[in-house]
Design a protein around this ligand. Structure first.
Ligand SMILES: *Cc1c(COP(=O)(O)O)cnc(C)c1O
Length: 392
């Protein structure tokens, strides 16, 4: 008999009752150190007092009015994002998938309104992930995501990861945009080299294409910059954001330049919940905290500490791990053992990590993780690695 919850997830037999900072607690009092943070969502940890205050203060005033009316804290959050980034304008969604939907629509609409309706094709990369909607799976293109869900939304071309020559060769007069995650998340924590992001920007400038960055997972301080593309010194025309921006409250956004967004006039797109007062109250507080250079400095310092300790972990367990990769507090342990065995052994050692493609174990801790928690996390991972070795 089918379970009452549609069985699309393979869940761990674990549930939690409360959370505090980097910790999750079960009803019977077990404490797990959370290096997954709800897949890079709880960027400021669980039950962060500033976010709880922002949410509950707004909850006592007003939850929802719809976008029929002005929403002052949506305006304030848009202003903050425009102030802090390349963008001139922002549309709010409830998720990363919805942000991907709009990014695709916006790119196509741009060229339609510019009198180039033939420009509909979007170049994407193997191993990418852009959410689970029909546009999102068509954009990512992997068999695991798309099989059985056809006919897929047409117009996507898939190329090998970060292959500049393949991109240059694939551009035609039908090409509208290139979509890429500056650091692939689901694909196994694969940072795109800065040189490659620069090369894509150059190709887009040369051919008049729109560059779309999917920063749903790597954005909002995760890599030690407010947005990951800042490391490469290039900006996109359109950017998708979600996960960390809501700190655990559903919130996403599409950021764009005035040029890229030129087709999106009144009536061309909308969302009932997108940018509602509750989400934006939390998003504003997240932005206020994460965009502080002192906060980002701490993320970078702690990222260095964690990475150094993980290098040690890999060196002392060469049968389990192959290498460390990633950027900032978005790190991956490429495994020699089966990555799920490491994740499962982590449950035994009460440390939560997340699997990714390419046999990688992902570490996406709250950006607020302390030095002591980093040490504790690595000693728990040592224990987990030992358990994997002993089970062989
Ligand atoms: C998680 C993710 C998405 C989808 O976001 P949802 O909020 O799950 O819809 C899209 N792109 C990337 C890079 C992601 O990591």
């Amino acid at each position: 008999m089918i379970p009452s919850v549609l069985p699309t997830y393979s869940r761990a037999p674990l549930s939690f009752e409360t959370g505090e900072g980097s910790w999750l607690m079960t009803a019977d009092g077990r404490r797990y150190l959370d290096l997954g943070a709800g897949i890079a969502v709880n960027a400021l940890g669980h039950a962060n007092p500033d976010l709880v205050n922002a949410l509950t203060a707004q909850a006592g005033k007003l939850w929802h009015t719809s976008n029929l009316y002005e929403i002052p804290n949506q305006q304030a959050l848009a202003d903050a994002l425009v102030e802090a980034t390349f963008a001139d304008t922002v549309f709010f969604t409830n998720s990363g998938t919805e942000a991907a939907e709009l990014a695709v629509k916006m790119a196509r609409k741009h060229f339609f309104e510019a009198g180039q309706p033939e420009k509909v094709e979007i170049i994407a990369f193997d191993g990418s992930f852009h959410g689970r909607s029909s546009a999102g799976i068509a954009a990512a293109g992997g068999d695991k995501l798309t099989k059985g869900f056809g006919p897929l939304l047409p117009g996507f071309k898939h190329l090998p990861f970060a292959d500049h020559d393949a991109v240059a060769a694939a551009i035609t007069d039908k090409t509208a945009a290139i979509i890429i995650e500056p650091v692939q998340g689901e694909g196994g924590i694969r940072p795109v080299p800065d040189q490659c992001l620069k090369g894509l920007r150059d190709l887009c400038d040369e051919h008049g294409l729109l560059l779309i960055f999917d920063e749903v997972q790597c954005g909002v301080g995760r890599t030690g910059k407010l947005f990951a593309h800042e490391w490469a010194g290039v900006t996109p025309d359109i950017m998708m954001v979600a996960k960390g921006i809501g700190g655990g409250f559903p919130l996403g956004a599409v950021l764009a330049t005035e040029h890229a967004a030129s087709g999106m006039v009144a009536g061309t797109h909308g969302s009932t919940y997108g940018g509602n007062p509750l989400a934006c109250a939390v998003g504003l507080k997240v932005m206020e905290i994460v965009s502080d250079p002192a906060f980002l400095g701490e993320v970078n310092r702690k990222a260095g500490l964690l990475r150094q300790k993980l290098e040690g972990l890999v060196a002392s367990h060469p049968d389990v791990f192959d290498s460390v990769r990633g950027s900032g507090l978005m790190l991956g342990l490429k495994c020699k053992a089966v990555n799920m065995d490491v994740v499962n052994a982590g449950y035994g050692a009460k440390v939560l990590v997340v699997p990714a493609a390419d046999n990688v174990v992902r570490l996406l801790p709250p950006l607020t993780i302390s030095d002591d928690e980093i040490s504790e996390a690595v000693s728990r991972l040592e224990k987990a690695a030992g358990a994997v070795e002993n089970s062989k």
